[in-house]
Design a protein around this ligand. Sequence first.
Ligand SMILES: Cc1cc2nc3c(=O)[nH]c(=O)nc-3n(C[C@H](O)[C@H](O)[C@H](O)COP(=O)(O)OP(=O)(O)OC[C@H]3O[C@@H](n4cnc5c(N)ncnc54)[C@H](O)[C@@H]3O)c2cc1C
Ligand code: SF4
Ligand code: SF4
Length: 344
Amino acid sequence: MRAVVGLPCQIEAIRKVETFKKRLNVDTKLGLVIGLFCRENWMFTCFKALLEDFGERPENFDRFDIKKGKLLCYRGEEVLEIPLKYGKPYVRIGCRICPDFSAELADVSVGSVGSERGWSTVIIRSERGMEIFTNAVRDGYLEVGEVNLKPLRKLCRDKRESALREIEERRKRGLKVLYEDLSVEEILKRSEGKVFKDLLDEVVEQGACTSCGACELVCDFVKVDSFPSIKTCQMRGLCYLACPRTSLPKSEIERSLFKGKRDEDFGYYLSVVSARSKIGIRGQDGGVVTTLLVYALEKGIIDSAVLVSHENWRPIVKECKSRSEIISSSGSVYSYATLLPHLG
Ligand SMILES: Cc1cc2nc3c(=O)[nH]c(=O)nc-3n(C[C@H](O)[C@H](O)[C@H](O)COP(=O)(O)OP(=O)(O)OC[C@H]3O[C@@H](n4cnc5c(N)ncnc54)[C@H](O)[C@@H]3O)c2cc1C
Ligand code: SF4
Ligand code: SF4
């Protein structure tokens, strides 16, 4: 079994592919799905361009963080603060219709908002996530503290409202925004007869694509990096069915995965806590993601973890099979990797 860590849109893609795995002929073999909170994101070229506007380059910095509306760029003791309003023109257009801040379809979602510095906010959603998290606390890998739900709720609400406004705007301008919560049956009907050209017309050309790579995972002819120049199509429509932005059976996925209560802001949960590593792992915030992965690996729950790391802050995807590889991927990379093809 493998674990994966992803942004909310990547987790949606993973869950959609899992839902239709027989038709799509893929088995991701995932034993733990960890989601990160996310307000917005940039393509690497845009992240680089944003820093260049300030006379800098990504490789000039040791780490980055987003706190209180600012991108914080750390170089030793020095910190360059870039107000996020300067990054707005660079935000990926697919992000602007994204309503999910807290990775509502993950087993466990992790972010910083609502926790003290050096701690992470953790939403435990599935029974599997609960079992792994509780055992990691029991076995001394993690410690738990108090969380403040107010700022978490606010960010969830703000993001959802802004996405709904953007969707309405786009529809008024005659653009298609398919991305609806439909049943499995309705999705199969909507996907009938659709091929790669429809995916290009109805998702990519409409500015809805997130570069998740679900389409690339299910068809050898699709390469997200080469959109829209791909001309070969087997006319099977697997890409259209796999894409979370053509439609998403969100309610059905939630019913099948979760047994807890549903919060109107951050979705299904069994527990929400603040936590941090107790085994000395320094992560972006409390090192919870890395510590949970190390725990799952050392207890034989997973054999590897598919993670986003970076080379000079350009995101790269790695399958990590050892404690040291997992630890070397800790920290946040503020741009986007095409993750799903690595789950094949
Ligand atoms: C683009 C982005 C935007 C974010 N926005 C917010 C926000 O607005 N508010 C908030 O509270 N939290 C946000 N987070 C989450 C936050 O930065 C931390 O990732 C989270 O708190 C977990 O911290 P940790 O110390 O437990 O993780 P760590 O133990 O440091 O582990 C981090 C994990 O995230 C993975 N990862 C890093 N970058 C990426 C990426 N680009 N795509 C997929 N996986 C990645 C790494 O592989 C690693 O496994 C964001 C994260 C990212 C990547
Ligand atoms: S679409 Fe953009 S805002 Fe939404 S989760 Fe993905 S990267 Fe974050
Ligand atoms: S077109 Fe492909 S990469 Fe883009 S959102 Fe759909 S599945 Fe993901």
